[in-house]
Design a binder for this molecule. Structure first.
Ligand code: FRU
Length: 493
């Protein structure tokens, strides 16, 4: 694997032409996605600043242009009218060079549209020449012309009672008229993850520290809490965050989880009272740093999108100098004490052609490279093997055990194996059995929605040339569609 020097990782982008050669090489990769957002070159990670503004959805993501490395981060800008088809707009926020507050990266954050501008809140990742880190909460303003204007001074710096890990501002509106809150992911000096709360009456000035969010029962729950957010959905509050360096039974050696706690938020007392345990948002192998759109009108819903990847691991395309993509956007609702995640209804527009299933002599059918497979499942055991060879062998197995009432996704049969330390299986109990599966397949990913969003498994897969069939066992009623492309491969920096 390539070893990156600090100079290579943090090189400033001066001219888009510097990336042409890299782009020409990457665009030919068999693993480039057709309906998931991915970076033009290099690495993408967290989605940022997700809002509805000027008749379209705006979304940004963390982007390091130079290769599959967490180096100098920028905000890259994409837009969509329907959350299905996306358009690249190019890089939006670039790190300021040398002395700037964000000289070593424009880190994650959120956005709020007011009037004819979108306000972008982000973390300025600053390093001194001796590489000491300082986190600043910064603001930029973006108008219809697409040019961001950074405020010359940060809104505030890091709080001295916590470690240097303070980042990912999430702006919260609508709690009280004329008051705004901001959440910052942080870590106590004892290295316990937490959330800091800031407040202001003006989006642009006067932010002051209100205190640390109290979450009874979660005082020592992993290190730094990345990308925290509190969403109000259907009259319930949901705290969504990514606690670092935490082992969760059943999740292999993975230390990276994105999850949520349902509960009640008291903004005056700065207390989030949990209503139950921490739930993993997505049971698959590759999902992290989920972000909800900031101005959804429907009080019963949220729209969430996540990075289809996790930190501290490598992916097979690293060797091709690119990595990462985003998940499909999902509609979040609350059912009982759980979040339900469903593909947006608009995604049905992607369906191109209904494919008639014609099993070959081994009982395997051809799997298109971009497809949706929907299955009604009746009682009994179920096995669905995706990305098998033409004999129906190997691949990714989805199996439902009707006795134990649990569903398992097992990737051990795939030829391209990676991140083995994270394990090869993920299991989730299904109290009411398995009734329905909706599976979205792109060239290098699979998203499995179980029982209308009761559970989701999102994973990257890198099928080889021989792995383009599938096979099913059980009492099933399957439908298969090919899907249209929804993202464009184009050189736009
Ligand atoms: C989460 C994260 C954030 C940070 C960003 C940097 O994946 O580590 O906490 O702002 O990525 O790219």
């Amino acid at each position: 694997m390539k070893e990156w020097t600090r100079e290579e990782k943090y090189r400033y982008l001066k001219d888009p032409q510097e990336l042409v050669g890299l782009y020409d090489r990457i665009r030919g990769s068999r693993y480039r996605q057709t309906f998931h957002n991915q970076a033009v070159t290099g690495l993408m990670n967290d989605p940022n600043g997700f809002v509805w503004f000027d008749n379209r959805w705006h979304l940004f993501y963390q982007w390091c242009p130079w290769g599959a490395v967490h180096g100098l981060k920028h905000w890259y800008h994409i837009v969509s009218k329907d959350l299905v088809t996306w358009k690249n707009l190019g890089v939006c926020l670039l790190p300021d060079q040398e002395e700037g507050y964000d000289n070593k990266g424009v880190y994650s954050g959120s956005a709020m549209p007011i009037g004819d501008k979108i306000y972008l809140y982000y973390t300025g990742n600053h390093r001194d020449p001796d590489w000491t880190r300082h986190a600043y909460t910064c603001l930029a303003r973006l108008g219809n012309d697409g040019w961001p204007e950074k405020y010359p001074l940060p809104l505030f710096g890091a709080h001295h009672d916590y470690t240097e890990n303070q980042r990912d501002p999430k702006i919260i509106c609508g709690v009280e008229e004329g008051t705004y809150y901001m959440l910052i992911g942080a870590e106590t000096k004892e290295k316990h993850g937490c959330v800091l709360v800031y407040k202001s009456e003006d989006l642009q000035h006067g932010w002051h520290f209100e205190g640390e969010l109290s979450v009874p029962g979660f005082e020592a729950f992993g290190n730094m809490w990345e990308c925290p957010s509190i969403e109000r959905i259907g009259g319930k509050d949901v705290l969504i965050f990514c606690p670092q360096h935490l082992s969760i039974p059943g999740r292999g050696g993975s230390q990276n989880h994105n999850g949520y706690i349902m509960g009640t938020m008291d903004w005056e007392k700065l207390t989030f009272t949990p209503d139950g345990q921490f739930h993993v948002l997505d049971f698959g192998f590759d999902s992290y740093a989920a972000a909800c759109a900031n101005n959804i009108e429907d009080a019963d819903k949220a729209v969430l999108i996540a990075w289809m990847g996790v930190p501290d691991v490598s992916y097979p395309t690293d060797e091709e100098d690119w990595a990462g993509c985003l998940t499909l956007p999902r509609e979040l609702t609350v059912r009982g004490r759980r979040l339900i995640q469903q593909p947006l209804p608009e995604l049905k527009k992607l369906r191109e052609e209904k494919v008639e299933l014609r099993p070959n002599e081994f009982g395997a059918c051809k799997l298109p490279e971009a497809a949706e497979l929907e299955l009604d499942c009746r009682a009994g055991h179920v096995r669905v093997h995706l990305f098998t060879d033409e004999r129906g062998e190997g691949g990714l197995e989805i199996r439902y055990n009707d006795v134990k009432r649990e569903i398992t996704v097992d990737r051990s049969g795939l030829k391209t194996r990676f991140n083995l330390q994270e394990g090869t299986e993920r299991t989730r109990p299904l109290e009411n059995g398995l009734q329905h599966l909706r599976i979205f397949i792109d060239r290098s990913s699979v998203e499995i929605f179980v029982n209308d969003g009761d559970a989701v498994f999102t994973s990257r897969v890198f099928p080889q040339e021989t792995e383009h069939h599938f096979r099913m066992e059980g009492d099933l009623f399957p439908r298969l569609w090919t899907l249209k492309p929804a993202v464009k491969e184009e050189f736009l920096i």
